[in-house]
Design a protein around this ligand. Structure first.
Ligand SMILES: [Ca+2]
Ligand SMILES: [Ca+2]
Ligand SMILES: [Zn+2]
Length: 421
């Protein structure tokens, strides 16, 4: 963007703010080809304090209560569709939601070998994980995915209370994510989140509505999505859940370089960025280029890969002490990989008796070959007390050497069996 246009945008953004008009709408319209709004935070005046000017040097981050705890948060998706069959239109398939959970964990865990990894020294593993809820509010088993016919084809942000009334679970026990055809006016709105309350963090509101607490996302931008080219990698929810856990847009939602996100390690910025260019520097006097890879900017999904250490500290502070957030999580304890006991076969050599294969925990596909590789037998066996019994005399095998291959999902083993009479 040229300097001239930037100045023009700033003057008009400020006047739009005084008119009470959403600044995000204005900025997005000037820079995006598509009619979308990246995020609804700032459209609703849920948090006037986020516009308070505060110098970056005044930033303070409260220490997290436990630095080593990995917080695990149960997520319930409420798919508010318009009567379509599962998998059609707004009633998106389960696969989109499971891919979204995977993406959240890659991003919040800065997982190596995934899109969520970065080598930036300011980057951090948030030690926050997400899992589809496995118990509903009544304690019954659930997939963590609830589908409800909302009876309309699209939902305005201003209708959020009515939307959330269609289906919701206790806000202090679940991260509620509502998926619908989300709009602001005529434009697609990618997502929106409420902020935490009583967090002791700078720059956040002191009160919010518990009945609407949670995150909304437009169905087109959930998980790995074929419905968008720029916002197709699930980063809309990575961004919105950042707000849910106390993060502010990295340019501080203001219009000059004194606006702040209260994180020292995200370089000061005076505006959102809308593509993957890494050379933007909207505040040349402040150190560093704009952090366009940050999940709390407005760039394309493919550009994003970083939460910083200060952002992580804010989110962990919220999970430690904020109302309806501190009750949300349980400590994630990595499961010990069950050590699979290797299968064994007896007796061997075998005479006129059954052959038993032990340590079989799943249905096993058994194939017997003779010494020259001809298949003699193929059959699936169901184990009893982790054993399968093969009635070898039934097959009237000639004396000699055979190969008995046992395939179960966890392991495959081939035994050399001698038949002797
Ligand atoms: Ca900053
Ligand atoms: Ca700078
Ligand atoms: Zn946002």
């Amino acid at each position: 963007m040229s300097k001239k246009i930037t100045l023009f945008a700033k003057i008009f953004s400020i006047s739009f703010l005084f008119m009470g008009c959403g600044m995000a709408v204005f900025a997005q319209n000037k820079t995006e080809d598509e009619n979308v709004i990246r995020c609804g935070v700032g459209l609703l005046s849920q948090s006037p304090t986020i516009f308070t000017k505060k110098t970056v040097s005044n930033v303070s981050v409260t220490a997290s209560c436990s630095d080593t705890t990995v917080y695990q948060i149960p997520v319930v998706f409420h798919i508010i569709h318009n009567g379509e069959a599962v998998g059609i239109g707004t009633n998106i398939p389960d696969s989109r939601l499971t891919s979204q959970i995977r993406i959240l964990n890659e991003d919040y865990r800065r997982k190596e070998g995934t899109n969520g990894y970065n080598t930036d020294s300011r980057g951090a593993d948030a030690r926050i994980q997400f899992v589809l809820a496995s118990k509903d509010p009544q304690g019954k088993a659930t997939s963590g995915i609830v589908r409800a016919n909302g009876g309309q084809s699209e939902w305005q942000l201003s209708e959020q209370a009515a939307l959330k009334d269609k289906s919701n679970w206790p806000k202090d026990k679940y991260l509620n994510v509502w998926v619908c055809n989300l709009k602001n006016g005529a434009e697609n709105l990618l997502g929106f989140s409420s902020f935490p309350v009583n967090s002791d963090l700078d720059g956040l509101p002191t009160g919010a509505d518990s009945t609407t607490d949670g995150v909304m996302v437009c169905y087109k931008y959930v998980g790995n999505s074929p419905l968008s080219t720029r916002y197709n990698l699930g980063r809309t929810l990575t961004h919105e859940i950042g707000h849910f856990l106390g993060l502010i847009h990295i340019w501080g939602d203001g219009f000059d370089c004194t606006s702040t996100d209260y994180c020292n390690d995200t370089p000061a910025a005076s505006q959102a960025n809308y593509n993957c260019n890494t050379t933007y520097d909207s505040c040349p006097d402040a150190q560093g280029s704009d952090m366009t890879a940050n999940y709390l900017d407005y760039t394309y999904d493919a550009c994003m890969n970083i939460f910083t250490q200060d952002q992580v500290a804010r989110m962990r502070t919220v999970l430690c002490g904020s109302i309806r957030r501190k009750t949300l999580w349980s400590e994630y304890v990595p499961q010990e990989e069950p050590k699979s006991v290797s299968m064994s076969l007896y007796p061997n050599p075998v005479t006129n008796s059954n052959v038993i294969v032990a340590a079989v925990t799943d249905n096993a596909d058994v194939t017997v070959f003779n010494a020259i590789g001809q298949k003699i037998l193929q059959k699936t066996f169901t184990p009893t007390a982790d054993k399968i019994t093969i009635n070898l005399p039934e097959y009237q095998l000639a004396e000699g050497c055979y190969f008995l291959k046992v395939v179960q999902p966890s392991q495959t083993k081939t035994f050399k069996v001698i038949v002797q009479y």
